[in-house]
Design a protein around this ligand. Structure first.
Ligand SMILES: [Zn+2]
Length: 456
């Protein structure tokens, strides 16, 4: 046995083959065991050369594989260079191409076709992201047409997106400086203190139109809670992606809602919705109402969803304001897609960028929401109300924190003009809000990678 082992030791793969494939090694070992009697008798076994031969064969296999890999890499690199060369030629004006260029283009006709299609697609995508403004005269003409539609609408529903809140320093999503655009470019998202944001002119105009029964319902993608703060009754607003001021207890039936005077999403992110406070009624853990991209959110249905579905069913006109509609289009019932095209509500879109519903719209207005709404209310002869913090419904809707709960958040409180003195004593009211957004209200669990503030 010892001799056999010693032979095995000798037959261990040499250093230059540290990664010899296992089958070879097994094979060589088998050969070594077979050679044991030969060692005992002192005779040189014939089979002793076999392991070396097999080892060499294995080595060749590896060399071949390496060569094959190298050839493949070279091939890919060649193809890449060809694509680069053809792309450069295609960028040249026709007259500037030399005979060699022309020959290469003819030789690679399929590739040329593919590259041309690709560049056309890229151009279209770029065009869609561009913000376009209608000429003032055209804008006025279009708003006149819209005013006529608003006057005669039987049941008008407004769908709003981030574009209506940009005037409140809240970043939109897909605009040139939107949250998604910046995150995709690997840039940091900065924003001013959200609790300082107030309803914009567009929010106030929609509230006025609702007051005059010219708008029946508002469906919003925004989580900033500004529609409710503009004075529209809660029953007339559906917030598809939640509201940063509302936390809910899903253990209570029906779900118990707590409206707060601060951003409740401080500790929440994608798939992480507990806000750190508990239900006053049942002791269940409270959760935010935000729906992030790629998840269903805490609630079985978005806030006031039934009313949104009902409004869409009855609507004869839909007015979309400041939304790319890329997310809203995914809710078929909002567009009555189960009906024939002629029986669907008429669609009016106000947005600076392209939307996937543009081709279906009766009218597309390229303009800033505030500007369009100012003109629209002028046409309708309605005065635009100014936001008045004294009349902000959130102060009467809010559920106060219980003693001891004040330290469960570190966000600035919304301050009611009537209770300014009281709120000054609020938690960290004197500390400035961090410039980089860390809340979970705009999705993708953006705060996950960042260090969370340790709460006292
Ligand atoms: Zn509860």
């Amino acid at each position: 046995m010892k001799e056999a082992y010693s032979l095995l030791q000798l037959e261990e793969p040499p250093d230059e083959h540290p990664h010899s494939p296992r089958p070879d090694l097994r094979c060589r070992r088998r050969m070594c065991w077979q050679s044991v009697p030969c060692v005992t008798t002192g005779a040189q076994p014939e089979t002793e050369l076999l392991p070396v031969l097999l080892c060499l064969l294995g080595k060749m296999g590896r060399t071949e594989r390496k060569a094959e890999q190298r050839a493949r890499i070279l091939q890919v690199e060649e193809a890449r260079q060809r694509v680069r060369r053809i792309s450069q030629i295609l960028k040249k004006p026709l007259g500037a191409r030399n005979p060699e260029d022309v020959m290469l283009l003819t030789e690679c006709a399929d590739l040329v076709k593919e590259l041309e299609q690709r560049s056309k697609k890229q151009e279209n995508l770029k065009k869609r992201q561009e913000e376009v403004c209608d000429e003032p005269n055209e804008l006025r003409k279009k708003v006149c047409e819209l005013a006529e539609v608003v006057r005669n609408a039987r049941h008008l529903v407004v769908y709003t997106g981030a574009g209506i809140s940009t005037a409140a320093s809240i970043p939109d999503y897909r605009g040139p400086n939107g949250v998604w655009t910046l995150l995709q470019k690997g840039k940091t998202v900065c924003a001013s203190d959200l609790s300082a944001a107030e309803p914009t002119l567009t929010h106030m105009c929609i509230a006025r139109l609702h007051e005059h029964k010219l708008v029946q319902h508002v469906v919003s993608q925004n989580c900033d809670g500004l529609h409710i703060r503009s004075g529209i009754p809660r029953s007339a607003v559906s917030e598809l992606h939640g509201n940063m001021y509302i936390e809910v207890c899903t253990q209570c039936t029906p779900n118990k809602e707590y409206i707060r005077l601060f951003d409740v999403t401080e500790r929440t992110a994608l798939h992480r919705h507990h806000t750190g406070r508990i239900c006053h009624k049942c002791g269940g853990k409270l959760q935010d109402t935000i729906v992030h991209f790629g998840e269903r959110g805490t609630l079985a249905r978005p806030l006031n969803w039934e009313a949104a579905a009902e409004a869409a069913k009855t609507a004869d006109v839909i007015l979309c304001l400041g939304s790319s509609l890329k997310v809203l289009k995914k809710y078929p019932c909002l567009w009555c897609m189960n009906r024939p095209h002629s029986r669907r509500p008429k669609l009016y879109i106000v947005n600076l960028q392209w939307t996937p519903k543009d081709d279906l719209a009766a009218l597309k207005i390229h303009g800033k929401c505030d500007e369009v709404m100012r003109l629209l209310l002028g046409e309708l002869g309605l005065e635009i109300p100014e936001y008045d913090r004294l009349k902000d419904p959130i102060f009467s809707l809010a559920v106060p924190l219980k003693p001891g709960e004040e330290t469960t958040h570190s966000r600035n409180l919304l301050v009611s003009p009537l209770r300014q003195e009281e709120s000054r004593a609020g938690p960290e009211s004197s500390s400035p809000e961090p410039a980089v957004l860390s809340g979970g209200w705009f999705g993708r669990g953006y705060a996950k990678g960042t260090k969370r503030k340790k709460l006292v």
